[in-house]
Design a protein around this ligand. Sequence first.
Ligand code: C2E
Ligand code: CA
Ligand code: CA
Length: 783
Amino acid sequence: MDAVLMSRAGSQAETDIYVNFVDSLFADRRAVVFGLLLQLAIGCFVILESRSMVMTIWPLLFMVSSGLRYVQIRSYARERSHLLELSEQERVAAAQRWERHFTISSAFSALMVGGFAWSAIELIGSEFAIIAGLSTVFAAVPTIVGRLYGSIRLATVMLFCVLGAPAFSLLLKGTMSSFGAFLLFIPYFFLVMAMVRNVRSTVVEAVRGKHINSDLAERFDTALENMSHGLIMFDRSDNIVVMNRAARHLLQIPQFVRIENRRFCVLLRYGRRYEMISSRNMEVLQKAIDSALAHAGDKVELPLSTGRLLEFSANRRPDGGSVLILEDVTERARAETKIRTMAQYDGLTELPNRTFFAAEVERRLSRASDETQCVLIAFDVDDFKRVNDSIGHAQGDALLKAIGKRLRRHYGRRAIISRLGGDEFMMFVDHDADGFPLESFAEGLAACLSRAYRIGPEQVLVTHSIGIDCCSAAEFNLEDAMIRADLALYTAKASGKGVWSVYTHGMGDRYMRRQRLKGDLARAIEERHLTALYQPIVDAETGRIVSCEALARWNHPTLGPIAPTEFISLAEEMGIISSLTRYMLDKALKDCVLWPEHVSVSVNLSAIDFRRENIADLLADSIAVSGIDASRLEVEITESAIISNEADMIERLHRIKRLGVGIALDDFGTGYSSLSYLHRLPLDRVKIDRSFVVGIENGKTPLALLDGITSLCRKLGLAVTVEGVETEAQLDMVRATGKVSRVQGFLFGPGLPASAIAEVANRTRPIAETVSVDEPLPAAVAN
Ligand code: C2E
Ligand code: CA
Ligand code: CA
């Protein structure tokens, strides 16, 4: 207990005791009347017994003293109601005043009693008179102890007044026995005073305790009412003893509903009646509370129909009752759910992240039989980087979000879907043992994903590449399945866009080879281990070499020659194609400078080179370094370079053209073959793909196709080169169209070293006659 509380309660108690004590002095009029009657009776008996006229004075004096006190009591009673309105200090002052009045009147009364006893002993001296006198005196003593304990001073005065006269009269008698009787008055006096003090301290302690208790109760009440948790206290019969405001608020029990001494189930019924708690919840809650009480400290959560979530905990009290603590944990639960969601889901698409995906797959597997088919599908958006570059990153994110939404809508129930990062998605489907319809599933997924997405005002069309791995649950291991699905995805990507592919054993080897080649290729470009061969392009009429196409060659130290189709796509994938282009460009121009002037050179550009704004600067720089006439350079581009962002690409082509460099559209007839490009792009030449030549001599490929395309090109003012001419018969037919200016193919030679070109440059006969592709070529010349 703290000192402040003690002292405050202490002084307050003293004041209270004092004021109440003074008040009690004037409380009982009847006691005065009753006391007077007794005094009169004794007085009368003594007069009758002694027949002494002197004694008749005492009843009169008793009446005067009692009358005086009676009048005092009445005037106090009149003032009493006003006393309550006074301040504490004023009340104390008033009490002191009244105490003085009382002391005077009571002292007078006491003197009368003492005087009566003295005269009974001294003047009458009969046995009855002495007993009557002393009885009156001793009858007054309990009143002093019982009523005057509040003031030690008053009690002392009164005791003196009452005992003084008889004691002195005994002393004055002068006999041994009377002296002995006198001496007994002394310890009696102290005994009575000790009793007075005792009563006083007991009363003071009790009142002080009451004050402390009420102070504590007030503090407890304030704490209880202001705590944020709800608190309900039960007695040993599980009736409610206390319920604070927060508990009422949480359980939505209005203030007017009386809860004291009711059982909790009554409150629950109330909650149910007002639809605060559902019937099911009511049972759950009751059970929860029972269990919380049984296992002290356990916490039980209960969702209310208002959407709030309450947490209960209960503790038994030593007296057999219990305390229930209620807390509104809605916000905390929401925050926890959010944190859990953040830890488990991808923030953008709201699909499970990798960790949660793995956990969910594990959960499904635990319920699957050994024969269950487990299908893992890895897929990504084709050319997502290009999409991002062309529509912006925010829109790219919106696209991923839309893909996530579509996946959830169509496959959310059947499959577990995750975004692993970037544009990479993963899907897991389990299926009964009876063969999973892989093909229709893959087609369905591809079709679902490739429908146009509305991103803001725009419609975005994308394709996805899909890799699938399928095995039984007994063999399934997520990590391995992910690698296999990735390999299948890789293969799908390599074979074009919007393609799906299922994992087969060879894919692993191909993947390993590609991984190895990637590492080696970067080094080969850096260390200039690539070489360039030049395939002659001859004039269709004269058969003279007029140009050469630079073809990159890579002879891997251990794997041997690697096909350009393979390493070019690797370089594109690795983002190092520009270094390769720059290397080939520099090399081709450097070699071309050494050839006769009528022989120019063609260099292949990758579609990725065109994404760089500075492609024209790159060419200009290379031309400047070699010191060659720009007109001797031609670049070969494919349609795929242009389609991504046509306007920009056309502008870049114009810049190239302004350098004086020729532009050829390569592999025409294979890709999109949009005829409109032919006139919109600033082209000089079209190279017709060799697929138009293969089989024309035996009619397998209609000559009309070649004829039609070449006519169209000529009409648009574009020169035509036909690729892949392998035989004289093909050459004759190509020439017969009359619209082909240049031809290229094994008939005129494969790719040759730069020195060989210089050597054959002035010959008019087809080079193939000199260097046949069928003959073993010198190592450096080999394709
Ligand atoms: P492309 O630009 O169409 O090059 C012509 C390809 O056809 C060459 O294959 C060439 O050897 C082959 N060829 C030429 N005449 C005949 C023929 O009569 N019959 C047959 N069957 N094939 C013939 P290569 O050298 O394997 O190059 C393949 C592709 O690799 C090239 O196709 C080109 O797209 C790419 N490539 C090669 N070198 C480079 C380069 O330096 N840069 C870039 N970006 N791509 C290159
Ligand atoms: Ca080419
Ligand atoms: Ca070509």
